[in-house]
Design a protein around this ligand. Structure first.
Ligand SMILES: [Mn+2]
Length: 319
């Protein structure tokens, strides 16, 4: 079927990395990729975040990181690519026909799985928050822990008859047998969760930290609890971050994680070589203010690439 929109060929690649459309040819330890949309509730869920990955690509050029591969970066005490050879490829977008929402899930898993099977760490920009289970499913060969940064719990079984929507991603991930620990950070305010869902999340073993606890105890104290067996899928709903660094979101809630706090967690796991994937969701480029949100996403991704020079070997999941 002919797509109405070419979703596969970005004008500029992330950090000016080589474009690798055929994932079988991937040879770098990192792979940037867009998942324009996940299973929707409403028709606008197919559009509002769809340009996010491209806008992050552009922002990596506007802030000159794409040009300055050899410049010293204080976030990781080295150049991004010290040898001048990029360690990240741009794999374009997960290609989907928006007229066939039922195919989104499997198409996404197939492409992300191909990246993972090539030994690369996916760096993903969504898409609403229904996409993290796609990435978690693609990591099924190993024991995986989840660090979920979000103002919301995302533990509804279903909404509007949909079980794969953006109120349910952590519930869907919890059901996967290869998933170990789930740590949810940045919770605040009221979202779609009711008291029962919070109880369900706790009963299933999820560890919950409100944003206020992070501010009180410091992100470093949480980081120190995360050095556990298994690698981590870090999934960041941009509304888990503070509005000052991530204004381009629909469900705004004051008091989110600061750049310092988010960077402490992301760079901290990267320094342990334990980041298996990094996912950003809910970024709506049409709501951004001079690229502030895109810039935050670029910097947190660079903090993984620059701090995790050699991703740790996976611990195979054997059931
Ligand atoms: Mn959220």
């Amino acid at each position: 079927m002919q797509l109405l929109l070419d979703q596969t060929t970005p004008d500029k690649t992330f950090l000016n990395a080589p474009l690798v459309q055929d994932v079988a040819e991937l040879s770098t330890p990192y792979a940037y990729i867009g998942i324009p949309y996940g299973p929707p509730y409403h028709v606008t869920d197919m559009t509002l975040c769809a340009g996010g990955a491209d806008e992050v690509r552009l922002e990596s050029h506007r802030r000159h990181y794409a040009l300055n591969w050899a410049h010293y970066d204080f976030d990781f005490d080295d150049a991004l690519f010290p040898d001048g050879v990029p360690t990240v490829s741009d794999c374009g977008q997960v290609e989907n026909d928006f007229r066939n929402p039922d195919a989104i899930w499997d198409a996404g898993i197939e492409k992300i799985e191909a990246i993972v099977n090539n030994g690369a760490v996916p760096l993903v920009v969504g898409g609403f928050d229904s996409i993290p289970p796609i990435v978690a499913n693609a990591l099924k060969g190993e024991k995986i822990n989840i660090l979920h940064i979000d103002s919301h719990l995302d533990f509804r079984h279903e909404r509007y008859g949909v079980t794969q929507g953006y109120s349910s991603p952590i519930r869907r991930i919890r059901e996967l047998p290869w998933i170990g620990d789930i740590v949810q950070v940045g919770l605040r305010g009221a979202g779609s969760a009711r008291p029962q869902e919070v109880q369900d999340a706790r009963d299933s073993g999820n560890e919950l930290y409100t944003a206020w606890q992070v501010h009180d105890m410091g992100a470093q104290a949480i980081l120190e609890t995360l050095d556990r067996p298994g690698r981590w899928l870090i999934t960041i709903d941009c509304d888990g971050l503070d509005t000052s660094i991530a204004p381009a979101i629909g469900a705004r809630e004051p008091g989110g994680l600061t750049m310092h706090e988010a960077r402490t967690l992301v760079a901290g796991l990267a320094k342990l070589n334990k980041v298996a994937a990094l996912v950003f969701t809910e970024y709506q480029p049409g709501l951004d203010i001079q690229g502030i949100t895109a810039h935050t996403i670029v910097r947190l991704m660079m903090n993984v690439i620059g701090n995790q020079r050699q991703p740790a070997p996976e611990i195979p999941f054997t059931g």
